[in-house]
Design a protein around this ligand. Structure first.
Ligand code: NAP
Length: 262
């Protein structure tokens, strides 16, 4: 990263993060936060495997990266389906001997008050947001262990830290991600693999765009920084955690939420 001083035109090298030759798996890379993470890692020099449910979205992101001189591939599959994840990961590992960076970002919401929440709303959110992390890591970790190096970043949410009315399913999944990640951190530390959580607050994406304007305004009023976040705010933190320089950070939950939950 270069810092340009306005008045002296001196270039100061602040930090050169190292991602040389790294391959990154980013789920939910078709839109929103995952797209920003994919673009950021590609900019840093990673080959990015852009995963989403529909090829149209991850395909566009991979095309954008390749068109700008980076390296990316689009892979469309449903991360909530163990057989699809197994199949896709075995194809990925045939092509790349190992994945160096995993960003488990794919997620959905199916909000409802607990007394009205259906089994389907509960199961869809748990399988897409939480079980998916287990399926992905289970299939990619052996090769990562063989490499004696790896970075796992799981995207949770402020809802998993603080709870949120209407989100019993989502909060449970996101809190589960935090426990899952701490266990990964302990199990794989000896293999030089770190595992951390990034917990976003309110970020401007398709997921939050569906909320009524009154809810968005009320949310902003509650945020100490008085604004919502951008996908890039999350991507920058993920990129740092994915770098070699973040090698002494593991088992942590980094909140990126404008102060919403401290
Ligand atoms: P988004 O704009 O709705 O994008 C979600 C992405 O996940 C899409 O690319 C989608 O694929 C993919 N996806 C969903 N279900 C999938 C499945 N079963 N298999 C494969 N891919 C799937 O979401 P976002 O707002 O960027 O959120 C990204 C992550 O951050 C989520 O885990 C979310 O819970 C978390 N988060 C978001 C906020 C926020 O305020 N936005 C706050 C806290 C946490 P398609 O493009 O093919 O549909």
């Amino acid at each position: 990263m270069l810092l340009i001083c306005k008045n002296s035109a001196i270039l100061i090298s602040v930090m050169e993060l190292n991602y040389k030759g790294k391959t990154a798996f980013v789920s939910g890379a078709g839109r929103g936060i995952g797209k920003a993470v994919a673009l950021e890692l590609a900019k840093a020099g990673c080959t990015v495997l852009c995963i989403s449910k529909n090829i149209s979205s991850c395909g566009k992101v991979a095309d954008e990266i390749n068109a700008s001189g980076g390296r990316a591939e689009a892979w469309a599959f449903d991360v909530s389906k163990p057989a699809e994840v197994k199949d896709a990961c075995s194809h990925i590992l045939e092509k790349y001997s190992a994945v160096d960076i995993i960003v488990n970002n794919a997620g959905i919401t199916r909000d409802n008050l607990l007394m009205r929440m259906s089994d389907e709303e509960w199961d869809d959110v748990i399988s897409t947001n939480l079980s998916s992390c287990f399926y992905v890591v289970r299939n990619l970790i052996r090769a990562m262990v063989g490499n004696r190096h790896g970075r796992i970043i799981n995207i949770a949410s402020v809802s998993g830290q603080a709870g949120n009315t209407g989100q019993a399913n989502y909060s449970a999944a996101k809190a589960g991600i935090i426990g899952f990640t701490k266990t990964l951190a302990r199990e794989f530390a000896a293999r030089n693999i770190t595992a951390n959580v990034v917990a976003p607050g309110f970020i401007d994406t398709d997921m939050t765009a569906v909320l009524p304007a009154s809810i968005i305004e009320a949310a902003k009023a509650n945020i100490p920084l008085k604004r919502t976040g951008k996908p890039d705010d999350i991507a920058k933190v993920c990129a740092f955690l994915a770098s070699d320089e973040a090698g002494y950070i593991t088992g942590q939950t980094i909140a990126v939420n404008g102060g919403l939950y401290m």
